[in-house]
Design a binder for this molecule. Structure first.
Ligand code: G1P
Length: 262
């Protein structure tokens, strides 16, 4: 199947870097310029073929996020929402497994709403179009200034065409001077069943060793190590890391100015 119809939004995080905004409000429902971060992510589905959206939350968010989805469902009539629950902060791979029954074995997108990406077309539309052409898993990439690079996963890559790259490897949070490039992983991923299969294998090994955190990137790395093709698209647009207060302020200012100009 080359059509992308499924989306996973992992939003169970506690949002500690957004305190006090997240004292009584889940991070995904923090408003930026009058709209919730979750709403911005859902808007990205509008010009895509996405129909199934799995929102992965923790049990304590069931009422707030559940009610919110009921409130906004008429704005997104083509979407079917599924709530799934994470038992704790066990990593992005764990969040994806909670969506397994809905997504597997189809290709799907994982998108983090706190990475606010303002672009035309949206990242979800870009991923969907790219999958039709390349049929590989995808990273979304951004060139990062030297001083910020160690906060991210950094890829080793070679250009394929235009803003599309073949990714050869990934180093998590390297020292700036050891980073394989200045391209970092941001915003979300496009996953295929192969990546999930590698993650499953990894989860099984980890369970045997008694470890409990699993990250999506491990699936990508395994796939690349086995010779599988992974691509990356350099994001073109405005990105705001709304996982922290400074990013939220910058996004507010940017969107506020835009509204004034319109
Ligand atoms: C995670 C990923 C990293 C990615 C980053 C994007 O890191 O492991 O590859 O670049 O998200 O925000 P974390 O934010 O958990 O440190």
């Amino acid at each position: 199947m080359v059509k992308i119809t499924k989306l996973v939004l992992p939003v169970a995080g506690r949002g500690e870097r957004l305190m006090p905004l997240t004292l009584n409000t889940p991070k995904a429902l923090i408003k930026v310029a009058g709209k919730e971060l979750l709403y911005y992510a859902l808007e990205e589905t509008l010009d895509t073929e996405i129909e199934e959206v799995v929102v992965v939350i923790c049990k304590s968010q069931e009422e707030t996020i559940g009610n919110y989805l009921k409130k906004i469902k008429d704005d997104f009539k083509k979407l079917r929402f599924h709530l799934r629950f994470q038992d704790g902060p066990f990593g992005s791979g764990d969040a994806v497994f909670k969506a397994y029954d809905v997504v597997y074995p189809d290709p799907f997108i994982v998108r983090y709403p706190d990475d606010l990406l303002l672009s035309q077309p949206s990242l979800l539309k870009t991923f969907s179009d790219l999958f039709r052409k390349y049929q590989t898993p995808f990273f979304s990439l951004e060139k990062m200034p030297h001083e910020l690079i160690s906060n991210y996963g950094v890829v080793q890559l070679e250009q394929k065409e235009g803003r599309v790259y073949r990714v050869r490897g990934l180093v998590e949070h390297p020292k700036a001077e050891e980073a394989p490039s200045d391209f970092t992983v941001i915003g979300g991923y496009l996953l295929t069943a192969e990546i999930i299969d590698y993650l499953k294998e990894e989860e099984r090994k980890m369970t045997e060793k008694g470890k409990d955190c699993l990250f999506i990137n491990i699936g990508f790395t395994k796939h690349m190590d086995q010779g599988g093709e992974v691509c990356g698209i350099e994001f073109e647009g405005n990105r705001f890391d709304c996982g922290n207060l400074d990013g939220v302020k910058k996004a507010e200012t940017f969107l506020g100015n835009k509204l004034v100009q319109e």
